[in-house]
Design a protein around this ligand. Structure first.
Ligand SMILES: Cc1cc2nc3c(=O)[nH]c(=O)nc-3n(C[C@H](O)[C@H](O)[C@H](O)COP(=O)(O)OP(=O)(O)OC[C@H]3O[C@@H](n4cnc5c(N)ncnc54)[C@H](O)[C@@H]3O)c2cc1C
Length: 490
């Protein structure tokens, strides 16, 4: 590991004070993780309290060519906050002010460290919400959501984070503080730089303030759980609902692997079958009632052998929690396995869902890997989680092969390798395939804004090599790091 020079550490202390940074090995080790399969230890962790402190730290990093990685809650799943080249982790979770709440103007202004659920609790008092609903809602920060263009189960009706960002304050890689966008609901005032920052994964600057619009909370909602003997039928049910036309607020699809895992860990008694769809509608109570009848009819026509509907908040919450429990439950599927975020977040045109899920099942079987398929399928977003034996090279290799085949299929179907989680390391080679003709333009933008390549370097278009590298599982990591010669693991 490159040990940070004492002058740099002294300067960090001068900018933020003793309490707001650490070079203790225990802290550094912990900040080397996010929710991905990767790990790398940084040289310092800094927790700024203001945009001015962020700017001073970034200026220092740029002057001393020190890599710097912005970090929210660290819930990203592809290695986004893993500091591939060491340097500073800039932890923004101390910046938690809701600075303005302008319900009459339909916007609020928040610092980047505000947690999604905290903001919604505040908005809820006024009858509004920020409805993107990521699965990590209790933990993820608004800054992290903007930087990854996060979304969730309700994207079909309410869109992604991108659709709510009106403006940003950003510290550029030079340390300059700029303001993008406006506080109006419409703006055609020059390049939409806020759009460029959305999804930039900490590679173009540090977001220090977000102006967000929000939506009116629906008055009622209801959910139907439809059970199928075939995953393909469940996939077809999704596109049949959309084609009706009917706009649900969410359709969550779960396959038999994920149903079994959740039933094993939670006492919710999901139908033990090949697939279920949890179909949510919301809006005016009368419309909800009518749409629930349509959902029942379409589900049956699509092959559902049973449906259970409820408008009881407690019951809906129980089902939603069961869906949210997929990830931890999969890790308890079998003692030898861990559930990892590989090929975890593709999107296909909605009508292609049946073909996609059938192909994923076949690819899993052919490669001898267990793949759980689920997702916010109403908008074509499918998640697969792979169960691997973490200390078996063979298991990782089979997984990696299956990932490549899954993404090839997704691209063949006209889809994208990531609907919501982003690229970073784990999706980099596949995204480079998907975006072949625009990688050059992306690199040019990066070079123009960050000529010294200090912001979250080595990711997205700059990643080369296998995704099975910098692994957090030590026994395997020793044998295959796969990164450049300046890595201490390597
Ligand atoms: C259980 C679970 C469920 C999930 N479900 C969903 C889901 O439904 N939908 C979804 O979209 N994602 C989901 N995710 C992924 C993840 O939660 C989101 O990407 C989330 O938006 C990340 O927020 P964070 O605060 O944890 O950001 P981090 O993980 O800390 O950072 C994510 C990226 O943003 C950058 N970043 C963070 N803050 C800033 C800032 N202020 N300025 C510039 N760059 C910054 C980082 O450098 C990094 O590249 C899930 C993750 C988990 C663990």
């Amino acid at each position: 590991m490159v040990i940070m020079k004492k002058e740099v550490v002294d300067e960090i202390e001068r900018i933020v004070g003793k309490e707001r940074y650490s070079t203790e090995i225990a802290d550094l080790y912990v900040y080397g993780f996010d929710a991905s399969i990767h790990h790398k230890t940084p040289d310092a962790v800094v927790r700024p309290a203001t945009a001015e402190q962020v700017s001073e730290i970034v200026k220092l990093a740029n002057r001393t060519l020190t890599p710097i990685v912005p970090r929210g809650a660290g819930t990203a799943m592809c290695g986004h906050t893993v500091p591939l080249k060491g340097g500073i982790i800039l932890d923004l979770t101390a910046m938690t002010k809701i600075k303005e709440m302008r319900v009459e103007d339909l916007y609020c202004v928040v610092e980047p460290g505000v947690i999604y659920d905290t903001l919604n609790a505040e908005l809820g008092k006024h009858g509004f919400w920020f409805p993107t609903t990521p699965g990590s809602a209790e933990a993820c920060t608004i800054g992290g959501m903007v930087a990854t263009n996060a979304s969730g189960m309700r994207a079909i009706k309410y869109g992604a984070t991108r659709d709510y960002v009106l403006g940003l304050e950003v510290v550029l890689p030079t340390g300059e503080i700029i303001h993008t966008g406006t506080r109006t609901l419409k703006n055609s005032s020059g390049y939409q730089l806020d759009r460029l920052m959305v999804g930039s994964e900490g590679t173009l600057g540090v977001i220090t303030e977000v102006t967000l619009r929000f939506a009116v909370k629906p008055r009622a909602s209801a959910m139907t759980v439809a059970a199928f003997n075939s995953l393909v039928d469940a996939g077809r049910c999704v596109s049949n609902i959309i084609a009706k036309p009917l706009l649900p607020s969410a359709i969550e699809l779960m396959d038999s692997v994920t149903i079994k895992a959740v039933n094993k860990c939670m006492n919710v008694g999901l139908p033990d079958c090949e697939a279920i769809c949890m179909i949510e509608v919301d809006g005016h109570p009368a419309a909800v009632e009518e749409e629930m009848k349509m959902v029942e009819e379409i589900s049956r026509k699509s092959g559902a052998f049973s449906t259970e509907a409820s408008s009881d908040k407690k019951k809906i919450n129980e089902w939603t929690q069961a869906r949210k429990a997929i990830l931890p439950s999969l890790s308890r599927y079998g003692d030898e396995f861990v559930s990892v975020a590989l090929a975890d977040d593709m999107s296909v045109p909605i009508s292609k869902i049946p073909e996609a899920v059938a192909a994923f099942q076949k690819i899993a079987e052919e490669n001898g890997v267990i793949v759980g398929t689920y997702g916010h399928s109403a908008d074509g977003n499918l998640h697969t989680k792979m169960l691997v034996e973490p200390y078996s090279e063979e298991s990782w290799k089979s997984g990696e092969k299956a990932v490549g085949q899954i993404y090839d299929k997704v691209l063949e179907l006209g889809g994208t390798v990531t609907g919501e989680h982003g690229v970073s390391i784990t999706k980099a080679p596949y995204m480079q395939k998907e975006r072949r003709d625009s990688i050059g333009a992306m690199k040019a933008i990066k070079k123009a804004l960050d000529p010294n390549d200090i912001m979250n370097p080595g990711k997205i278009f700059d990643w080369e090599g296998s995704i099975i590298s910098h692994l957090r599982y030590p026994a395997f990591l020793d044998r295959r790091c796969g990164c450049s010669s300046d890595c201490e693991e390597g």
